[in-house]
Ligand binder design. Structure first.
Ligand SMILES: Cc1ncc(COP(=O)(O)O)c(C=O)c1O
Length: 300
């Protein structure tokens, strides 16, 4: 066989999270055991601590831990008072959970095209899609870089619409002169395994400066009630789902600390940056890298 046709087989695992776990095993194991021994498995102190750290990381007032990014989205829509048949404008170029969440909340997803350069929502297409039934806009920060929130926010203000950022893919990214959450009513995050800040399972959060949204979402995650009585009394299936929230929280909190602090990030300077400590990911990321300058994108 000629040398040019020989190949070496290499097994590449889909997630590679076992390797990540082994790198920080001690921290993860200690945190996991602390939660297990505490018997506070659902919405306990570990989650409260993580919510505080997450809100600080974003420079926002409130963060609410949830089961997934999808839950964060539809709970945000409910908190904003969506009614059956209300229209919500979003980008056609997104993971289907964005539209699915609008549908779960009883709304109708109205798709507008994406910008061929940024791959994010084309803000020039939003106004023509507004009808008397439109209540909100959901820009998606896709592939680790922010949508044009200044344009989206200006349109929303003009037409009195709410804005919810789908930030499942871009925690750590910066916009051009704005921070995530600054120009919207709420930001929704996913912590599912493969995300920028991924946990060992499912997870999500909603971040907001609006106390009414925070309160509504906190209540909805707890069957409409504010205080939690006994974690042991909730049905087993639900307990299993929620258990992840507290089990994941210590790990996510530690991962958050290992990321560069937002305050230390360079100010908007109009060039594409990739985290230098992820060289092996550059190839993959470059496929989705926009050809236009972005202030700061994150890996996704
Ligand atoms: C753009 C986008 N929105 C929403 C979601 C939903 O997040 P989750 O899987 O945590 O429900 C995802 C990822 O899965 C996503 O990529």
């Amino acid at each position: 066989m000629p040398a040019s046709t020989t190949s070496t087989k290499m097994k590449v695992s889909f997630y590679g999270h076992a390797r990540q776990y082994h790198n920080i095993k001690r921290e993860i194991d200690d945190a996991f055991h602390a939660v297990m021994e505490s018997e506070a498995y659902v919405m306990g102190p570990a989650l409260a601590r993580f919510e505080k750290e997450l809100a600080q990381y974003f420079g926002m007032k409130h963060a609410v831990g949830l089961n997934s990014g999808t839950d964060a989205l539809w709970l945000a829509f409910f908190a904003l008072g969506i009614q059956p048949g209300d229209e919500v404008i979003t980008t056609a170029n997104t993971f289907f959970a964005t539209a699915e969440a609008i549908w779960i909340a009883g709304g109708k997803a109205v798709f507008v095209d994406s910008d061929p350069v940024t791959n994010n929502i084309d803000s020039t297409k939003i106004e023509p899609a507004i009808t008397p039934r439109t209540v909100g806009i959901v820009p998606v920060h896709l592939y680790g870089h922010c949508a044009d929130m200044k344009a989206v926010s200006a349109i929303a203000k003009k037409h009195k619409l709410w804005v919810v950022e789908d930030n499942a893919q871009s925690i750590e990214a910066h916009g051009d002169g704005f921070k995530q959450g600054e120009l919207s009513d709420a930001v929704c995050i996913s912590f599912i395994i493969q995300k920028n800040l991924g946990t060992f399972g499912d997870g999500g959060a909603l971040i907001t400066n609006r106390p009414d949204i925070e309160l509504a979402v906190r209540r909805m995650r707890n069957h409409g009630s504010s205080p939690r009585r006994s974690p042991r009394r909730i049905p087993q299936r639900q307990a299993e789902t929620h258990l992840q929230v507290d089990r994941s929280a210590p790990h996510l909190g530690q991962a958050l600390h290992r990321r560069p602090q937002r305050q230390q990030l360079p100010p908007s300077h109009g060039i594409t940056r990739l985290p230098a400590r992820l060289p092996s990911l550059r190839h993959r990321t470059s496929q989705a890298r926009p050809s236009h300058p972005v202030p700061r994108r994150s890996w996704h």
